[in-house]
Design a protein around this ligand. Structure first.
Ligand SMILES: [Zn+2]
Ligand SMILES: [Zn+2]
Length: 254
């Protein structure tokens, strides 16, 4: 199994792409940069798994369903925590900001269906993958995920500030292959990171100590673009080579 990195930036500026990753061909993890996928790729996405309802993670969900509504074979399944989906339905796809595609009837029924993910239970995804949603400290119904294939498990934090249970759960997993973790701000801006429930390199270092697996590789994403240079310096100083900062176009295999 693989994850293709479509967008990794923690905000939108020229040349930056908001968070979206393709898990195999048919699962899109967050929809910040869904329009970076070709029309064919968008059509092949069966489900969008949302970590939470912040704009940088849901922004292009509306454009993706708009572009594929007349050509889909099945309704697009939009999955997330109950709180996350309620926010998307009430404040985004509400027939005011954007059409409510879950009420638009097509030849295949509604164009989009919402599916609540239960916390802390394995559920199936296409391609022999199972996933687990773990609440994290961020708001807007935020969840991190574990993705497990027959060759190993990935921990994906989504957006989060300091939190505990996802690291405790990760510590139980003997087959943990990699961690994809957010870093949004440099160490110098720790106060802003704490106030907005995000991480800095030093905060992530403390988080990783909650996980008793010092050799598992870590990939960082969600850097604020204007802080990238400072974060890279902090990461190099603090971690040497253990943490790799993801870039658009990277592929992670597990
Ligand atoms: Zn967020
Ligand atoms: Zn975000």
């Amino acid at each position: 199994m693989y994850i293709d990195v479509i967008g990794v930036d923690g905000s939108k500026q020229f040349g930056c792409n908001l968070c979206s990753m393709l898990l195999g061909e048919s699962v899109l993890l967050d929809a910040g940069s869904a329009s970076m996928l070709s029309g064919q790729q968008q059509q092949e996405v069966e489900m969008v798994l949302l970590t939470h309802a912040h704009l940088d993670h849901v922004l292009e969900l509306g454009f993706m369903i708009d572009a594929t509504v007349t050509i889909r074979d099945e309704p697009l399944r939009v999955m997330g925590s109950k709180a996350c989906l309620e926010i998307v339905q009430k404040h985004y796809m509400n027939d005011l900001i954007w059409p409510d595609f879950s009420h638009i009837k097509t030849s295949i029924g509604p164009a989009l269906v919402y599916e609540i993910i239960e916390d802390r239970k394995w559920f199936k995804l296409p391609g022999e993958i199972t996933a687990w949603a773990e609440p994290v400290c961020h708001g807007s119904g935020a969840r991190g995920f574990f993705f497990r294939s027959n060759t190993g498990t990935i921990l994906y934090t989504g957006d989060t500030g300091p939190t505990d249970s996802i690291w405790e759960k990760g510590s139980e997993m003997d087959d943990l292959k990699m961690i994809i973790a957010e870093i949004s701000f440099p160490d110098q801006k720790t106060d802003v990171a704490i106030a907005s429930n995000h991480l800095t390199p030093s905060l992530l270092e403390k988080e990783l100590k909650k996980l008793n697996k010092p050799d598992v590789p870590v990939y960082a994403f969600h850097l604020k673009p204007w802080e990238r240079h400072e974060i890279e310096k902090d990461v190099a100083r603090r971690f040497g080579g253990r943490i790799v900062i993801l870039r658009r176009g990277d592929r992670l295999e597990f």
